[in-house]
Design a protein around this ligand. Structure first.
Ligand SMILES: Nc1ncnc2c1ncn2[C@@H]1O[C@H](COP(=O)(O)OP(=O)(O)OP(=O)(O)O)[C@@H](O)[C@H]1O
Length: 238
């Protein structure tokens, strides 16, 4: 499989504090990767450098083997990298349809195909029934899915999701796991997902990168890592 995203020696210091140190990371097209680690491990910092919201202190970021280290956020979105923050940034007084339509309007989708594309995205994120519902009346989980839909609407290929299941019910969390898996499997999208919910991570069955003190402590499957003494010590509290 083709390597989509690669970082080499990625580091970030905040006035002497080492938030990320020498992170070598690689993700293939159609792959999901969970990034876990204790509070302050550097997960958000890492994602922020990939999305372009933070400039690295040193190191490189390659997307489809192009050096994008210095590319601003907007241009990264144009090459296919999009990020979902913890708080959904959807438009409350617009309907689910109108929100997705706004995302699709920013792409080169021809006018006559726009409606179909919006409906397709609403289907993918399971919000077709809510198409005419103003977003303020959607549940917390539905708002999160709508924002994932916005990323699909702008034709993102690499989705960076920061704690997408925070505040969700158990049923919403399970549905989010199914959605993430299907986006990778059926649409060849690549997804980096930061999560604290260890049951969600287990059920996702994706390779995991464990960050600790800004560095990659280990990478592996849930089964491998949950039996790893170092990981258990720093993260699982065993
Ligand atoms: N803008 C900033 N200025 C100064 N220090 C920062 C900044 N952003 C993050 N840090 C520090 O960098 C370290 C890594 O933070 P980061 O938010 O990346 O960790 P995290 O793993 O995402 O944590 P959490 O799970 O709590 O969200 C922390 O010590 C944090 O206090």
């Amino acid at each position: 499989m083709a390597v989509l995203l690669r970082t080499t020696g990625l580091s970030k210091n905040f006035r002497g504090l080492i938030a990320n140190k020498d992170i070598d990371f690689q993700l293939e097209a159609g792959q999901v990767r969970s990034v876990i680690g204790p509070n302050g491990a550097g997960k958000t910092t890492f994602i922020s450098m990939i999305s372009g919201h933070l400039a690295p202190s040193s190191g490189k970021i390659y997307y489809k083997e192009q050096d994008i280290t210095g590319l601003p956020v907007r241009k990264r979105a144009r090459v296919g990298i999009a990020r979902k923050f913890q708080t959904p940034s959807v438009f409350d007084n617009l309907t689910a349809y109108e929100n997705i339509e706004l995302a699709v309007l920013g792409t080169s989708t021809p006018r006559e195909r726009r409606e179909n594309r919006v409906l397709e995205v609403l289907d993918i994120v399971r919000l077709r029934e809510q198409r005419d519902t103003p977003v303020q009346f959607l549940s917390h989980g539905q708002r999160q899915w709508l924002e994932i839909g916005m990323l699909l609407g702008i034709e993102a290929e690499l989705l960076l999701l920061d704690e997408p299941t925070a505040g969700m019910t158990a049923a919403e969390t399970a549905a989010t796991g199914d959605l993430v898996k299907s986006l990778a499997r059926d649409r060849n999208l690549s997804i980096v997902i930061i999560e604290h919910d260890i049951n969600f991570i287990r059920d996702l069955q994706a390779p995991i990168t464990v960050l600790h003190l800004g560095q990659v402590l280990k990478e592996g499957s849930f089964e491998e890592l949950s039996n790893d003494p170092q990981v258990r010590e720093v993260y699982l509290g065993a």
